[in-house]
Design a binder for this molecule. Structure first.
Ligand code: SF4
Length: 329
């Protein structure tokens, strides 16, 4: 780990003022690991743990405002979240371990970086003679010919096939959250769908934040009356494991027909993967197994497997079907 300057900020203004060339640190559950591995080498860290962004509050429009510093545990067990946004609570509780959830923050979870071994462990080898375009732009993608069982099948490019690792973000995609930020150019509101980027030719650019811009809040819209929401995560072991495939569904059924549907997937996309195709296949249709399978086929129709991860395509379809069944029961 290289040396860095440490600053503790007592206000958002002070944090923004100190941010030039530095990184914000909150729970540190991703950043410190990556600094130890010399993947991240910031010249400075601005500690934002004192910022007054640790509340969950009801918005005048009936939605929910979540401070960026709200810990994953506190958010998961928040009574309002459990009652009206169950999919978010379930997603958070399916991630990491209790100790990590006690440290990790809402803002940090949004910015989780991939678990691709070639990104995190430079000693993992260079299959095909390649490096990692995300870590060192232009060095190639070792995962294309290497270990890629955990990698993405949606949103990939010939430069990167890394999976976005967050469970929380999958739920937020289905809930149509918006992200509030503050930076050198002022405040911004970013739609959740626009926040994370697919790799394209620039896999090292992962989100819409500009240098020195800080996530301040995540807003959830007013809950859809009569809707039920569910998060299902399929993984190699029952806890402390990343998703092979996961699905978040918010659905409303009236008279046996689906009147509202939001579907997002995790473990299979290079970003939290909202499926408008699945939603279109569900709207107005009878809530039955045939409809659910049709929606799952639509959700994965553009999937591109790479060697070891071909099994994810069918696994993700079954995950979508099962989640829809649970959300519409
Ligand atoms: Fe790097 Fe992405 Fe390739 Fe992994 S998949 S080696 S993160 S470029």
């Amino acid at each position: 780990m290289q040396t860095f300057q440490y600053t503790k900020a007592a206000s958002i203004d002070k944090a923004l003022g100190a941010a030039s060339g530095a990184k914000f640190i909150a729970g540190g559950t991703t950043l410190v690991d990556l600094m130890k591995l010399s993947v991240e080498k910031p010249s400075g860290l601005v500690d934002i743990n004192l910022l007054p962004l640790d509340k969950v509050e009801t918005l005048p429009n009936g939605g929910l405002r979540i401070g960026a510093m709200v810990r994953n545990s506190d958010l998961a067990w928040n009574a309002e979240v459990q009652k009206n946004y169950a999919v978010l609570s379930q997603a958070l509780l399916s991630g990491a371990s209790p100790q990590l959830r006690n440290m990790a923050t809402t803002g940090g979870n949004l910015l989780q970086r991939t678990r691709c071994v070639y990104f995190r462990e430079p000693s993992a080898g260079t299959p095909g003679g390649y490096g990692c375009n995300k870590r060192t732009p232009g060095s190639g993608c070792a995962a294309m010919e290497g270990f890629n069982r955990m990698h993405a099948v949606l949103g990939t490019s010939d430069k990167c096939i890394a999976t976005h690792p967050s469970d929380m973000c999958v739920a937020m995609a289905a809930l149509e959250a918006t992200i509030q930020t503050e930076g050198p150019k002022g405040k911004r509101t970013i739609a959740f769908a626009d926040f994370h980027k697919v790799p394209g030719d620039t896999p090292h650019l992962e989100n819409a934040l500009e240098p020195g811009e800080l996530v301040t809040y995540v807003d959830l819209p007013k809950p859809v009356e009569g809707a039920k929401s569910v998060y299902l995560k399929l993984r190699d072991r029952a806890s402390y494991e990343f998703a092979l495939a996961s699905c978040a569904v918010v659905a409303k059924v009236e008279g046996g027909r689906i009147r509202y549907a939001r579907v997002a997937m995790g473990g299979v996309g290079t970003k939290p993967w909202r499926s408008h195709e699945a939603e279109a296949a569900l709207m107005g249709k009878a809530a039955n197994a045939e409809t659910f399978r049709h929606a799952a086929e639509a959700a994965l129709k553009d999937a591109k497997p790479h060697g070891e991860n071909a099994f994810k395509v069918e696994l993700a379809k079954r995950c979508v079907v099962r989640t829809l069944k649970m959300a519409t029961a």
